[in-house]
Design a protein around this ligand. Structure first.
Ligand SMILES: [Zn+2]
Length: 245
């Protein structure tokens, strides 16, 4: 039996279905209410197909591992979303920070509430679900870039991709997309990746980038009242796909 019978966990269970695995033992009530519940609610209301697939194993990020400023992560192997409880413990402060990110166009416009951090991670969950069905987000991003910008994401060289994202970040999903791409760019370039990369490494690079862009589009599509053209194309694609399957 689940020992955690807090009210908000019962609400989550009613949203996600009786069989959903929900492990939130170390997560404070306040965080569940302000960050998790709103995001899950938004997600399953708009995309009921997510009801059967969201498993919430939420743990705290150990500050020693990784960046202290990281707010949340998703592990596709264990399917567990981790929240940095240190960051989430002061919701008011975090709320202010996310609002500021929104004003500065670091995150997609209209997504300046803490629960959108969680929705970004749910975007990764969805990406994994699609992958298990043989649909790769790299291809989704590629076809959306083609449709909106008349560019084929798959065929861009890494350098072209970075300059494209730089120029178009605000029309993609906010400046953070540009930063993410640059972080990957430098991470990969450190290992002399750009001098001597294999096809697999090249694909790994594009996949990593497209997954982050995809998670940001999900965040924008679900939270913003007026999602941009790029996110809207991807959101509609997802809806149509699950309507047909
Ligand atoms: Zn991410």
């Amino acid at each position: 039996m689940d020992e955690d019978d807090r009210e908000e966990i019962k609400t989550l269970r009613s949203l996600l279905g009786a069989n959903a695995i929900i492990k939130l033992k170390d997560v404070p009530t306040e965080v569940i209410q302000s960050a998790i519940l709103n995001s899950v609610q938004l997600c399953v209301e708009k995309w009921p197909f997510m009801k059967g697939v969201i498993q919430l194993g939420i743990t705290r990020i150990d500050s020693q591992e990784g960046d202290r400023t990281t707010k949340a992560t998703y592990d596709p192997e264990t399917k567990i979303i981790s929240l940095n409880i240190e960051q989430f413990s002061n919701i008011e402060k975090l709320e202010k920070l996310i609002k500021k990110y929104d004003e500065e166009n670091l995150i997609p416009s209209g997504t300046g509430d803490v629960s959108s951090i969680m929705t970004h991670e749910l975007g990764h969950v969805l990406s994994k679900v699609l992958e298990e069905q043989g649909i790769f987000v790299l291809n989704i991003i590629s076809s959306a870039t083609h449709q909106v910008f008349s560019l084929n994401f798959n065929e861009l060289t890494d350098i072209e991709l970075v300059s494209f994202a730089r120029e178009n970040a605000s029309r993609l999903t906010g400046q953070r997309t540009r930063e993410i791409i640059e972080i990957f760019y430098y991470r990969f370039s450190e290992s002399s990746f750009f001098n001597n990369r294999t096809f697999e490494q090249h694909n790994e690079f594009l996949t990593a980038i497209s997954e982050e862009i995809f998670a940001e589009t999900v965040r924008e599509y679900l939270h913003s009242n007026t999602p941009g053209e790029f996110s809207a194309v991807i959101g509609k694609y997802i809806e149509n796909y699950f309507k047909e399957t």
